[in-house]
Design a protein. Structure first.
Length: 602
């Protein structure tokens, strides 16, 4: 490496610094130290007689890596632009690794361009590199290669350590609220003489100030309040619109009681953090607090959007934490639907003026568009359902709109359902409909933990089916050719098939464990005991809420299709024609997935 002074040329020197990890202490490679060393090198050269003009610092934000081409380095790009414009012809760095950790073949085009522009690259620790000196170029390439290999080896070591820790049951990342990490020494399964320290989860033991002793007590109180609110047992907080058991209300209560957040306990930067409804919702949605191990669900940009419970690949039962739950699993499953319903635009309405057949995915027009209710409170007899199709009409569809009298259609559908219920025992053709209605009844009224598990298993099965379909499509397109490809295909197929079959077996177990019995006697009973109108005064139907009525319809009906009336106009007082315009599709079991994988794989 040459250090000779180049005479007759003014250097416009700029310092470049970056640090890929933010450090709490001011280490030897911190940006501040790098900037100080870079400026000192320029000043030393100026005192030695070199003609140097200091341009300034180009400093990357903390956490900026130079290991991959695709990683953005805005200050480095700005520095390159300044070099191309002739504004900078000397770059000073503390170490060459600050300049680049790319593979040599990726770094050569950048270095070659700079050297050809006449830019001199100076390392305060490793010397000067300039065009025209072969040894300079060789040494620079060696430094760049060493920097890249250092990062690559570090990346592999960190990745390997993380993989080993996960394999041995260690927890990766920051512990969520309610938990803390503790070190545990375990033998290395690949080398029993070697001891590895992993981090395990346990319930947080830090004593809190305020009304609660631990973070677990805080979570239990939040879950209890939210569960009570779901049952309508909490009232609005005095002077506020928030209910005491809503997410907002709970957070207000915690703030008033001075319950510390995790940020207030552990960090200076987050010491002023406050209880937030979104953060509280995230805590209550975390399966860890119910004692279930989990893995993150990420979107395309890598952001965590939720969690999936880890399950045994054979039995599909949840994998439980060694430390156990903070709140009972049954309670956790019970509050999940309530948490799903929270958020902007998801307020619940309990109006008694809702249309019976709308808003439950059952009422459709003949053109395959949903029908919606239009109530006329001043004149209920004129209320109607109408097709929600827009102005665009497809070939073969009806002209204009389709409307049908609301009271007439509600009455017709309800009486058809009760006619089926009351004749069920004497009509063998309705056995399948009743069996499916009983299955739906069991799903609706099963324990919350079973309902939640069923929902997850259905999602797991659907994901496995999609994986199989993608696998077969890739093979049809020419993928997985050759012996190695064939082995990879069979391995992926076996894994997806096992997931699908295990989910189906566990779903079957849940169905068998439930023995639902339809409360037909309750639905058909009358206060006066008279065997008359099944939906008239004094009946269960007359006293039921709109939600309960809709639930009954959903049990027995899959689809109601309304055709356009062929009657032009109607005489005043004439009863609307309903029956001939309406088709009812009765309840059928859900369609099973295609299991003929051999045909799919062909």
């Amino acid at each position: 490496m040459t250090t000779e002074r180049v005479t007759g040329m003014a250097y416009h020197a700029a310092g470049y610094d970056r640090q890929s990890e933010a450090r709490k202490n001011q280490s030897a490679t911190s940006p501040a130290v790098q900037r100080r060393n870079n400026r000192a090198e320029a000043e030393r050269r100026a005192r030695a007689g070199e003609d140097i003009v200091w341009v300034g610092h180009f400093s990357e934000a903390l956490g900026t890596s130079a290991f991959r081409v695709e990683k953005e380095r805005p200050e480095f790009e700005r520095l390159l632009t300044a070099c191309r414009r002739g504004q900078v012809n000397m770059i000073i760095v503390d170490y060459v690794s600050r300049f680049s950790r790319l593979e040599v073949m990726d770094a050569i085009p950048i270095v070659s361009e700079l050297l050809n522009l006449g830019v001199v690259i100076v390392s305060t620790s490793e010397g000067t590199f300039r065009k025209g000196n072969l040894m300079d170029l060789i040494h620079l390439m060696m430094r760049l290669d060493a920097a890249h290999n250092e990062s690559k080896n570090k990346s592999r070591a960190v990745s390997g350590a993380h993989s080993m820790a996960k394999r041995l049951g260690g927890f990766m990342g920051k512990p969520p609220y309610g938990f803390e990490l503790y070190p545990l020494e375990v033998p290395n399964p690949d080398n029993p003489k070697e001891i590895i320290v992993i981090q395990k989860l346990r319930h947080a033991r830090t004593k809190l100030s305020g009304p609660f002793k631990t973070e677990g007590d805080v979570l239990r109180q939040a879950a209890n309040l939210f569960e009570a609110d779901m049952g309508g047992a909490t009232q609005n907080r005095r002077g506020e619109g928030n209910r005491a058991g809503s997410l907002n209300g709970i957070c207000v209560g915690f703030r008033e009681s001075k319950v510390p957040t995790r940020g207030q306990i552990v960090g200076k930067k987050t010491a002023d953090s406050e209880w937030d409804p979104a953060a509280l919702k995230r805590m209550l949605r975390d399966p860890l607090i119910a004692g279930f191990d989990r893995e993150p669900i990420k979107n395309d940009s890598g952001k965590v959007t939720g969690y999936r419970i880890k399950r045994d690949p054979v039995t599909m039962r949840p994998i439980e934490l060694e430390c156990g739950p903070i709140i009972p699993p049954a309670q956790w499953w019970k509050i999940q639907p309530g948490l799903d319903a929270t958020g902007r635009g998801k307020g619940q309405t309990r109006s008694t003026e809702q249309a019976l057949l709308s808003a439950m995915d059952r009422l459709w027009c003949e053109c395959d568009n949903v029908m919606v209710g239009h109530r006329k409170l001043a004149n209920p007899s004129k209320s109607s359902y109408h097709c929600k199709r827009g102005n665009k009409i497809k070939p073969g569809q009806h002209e204009g709109t389709v409307t049908i009298n609301m009271i007439g259609l509600d009455d017709y559908v309800t009486r058809r359902v009760f006619a089926l219920i009351t004749t069920a025992e004497d009509d063998p053709e309705t056995a399948d409909i009743l069996a499916e209605a009983a299955r739906r009844w069991g799903v609706l009224h099963e324990a919350p933990e079973k309902a939640g598990e069923r929902s997850e298993l259905l999602a797991e099965r659907a994901d496995a089916v999609r994986a199989l379909e993608d696998l077969y499509e890739d093979r049809k397109a020419g993928g997985y050719s050759g012996k190695i490809g064939r082995r990879a295909f069979l391995k992926a197929e076996a894994e997806a098939s096992m997931r699908m079959e295990a989910a189906e077996e566990r779903l079957a177990e849940l169905d068998e464990s439930a023995t639902p019995v339809l409360p037909i006697a309750e639905w058909t009973a009358r206060e006066d005991g008279w065997d008359g109108d099944p939906i008239g005064e004094g009946t269960w139907w007359a006293k039921a809420s709109t939600d309960d009525r809709r639930e009954l319809i959903r049990l027995f009906v899959d689809r109601i299709t309304v055709r356009k009336s062929n009657v032009i106009g109607s005489a005043p007082g004439k009863k609307a024609i309903i029956g001939p315009r309406v088709d009812i599709a009765w309840a059928e079991p859900p369609a099973e997935e295609d299991e003929d994988t051999q045909d799919m794989a062909a």
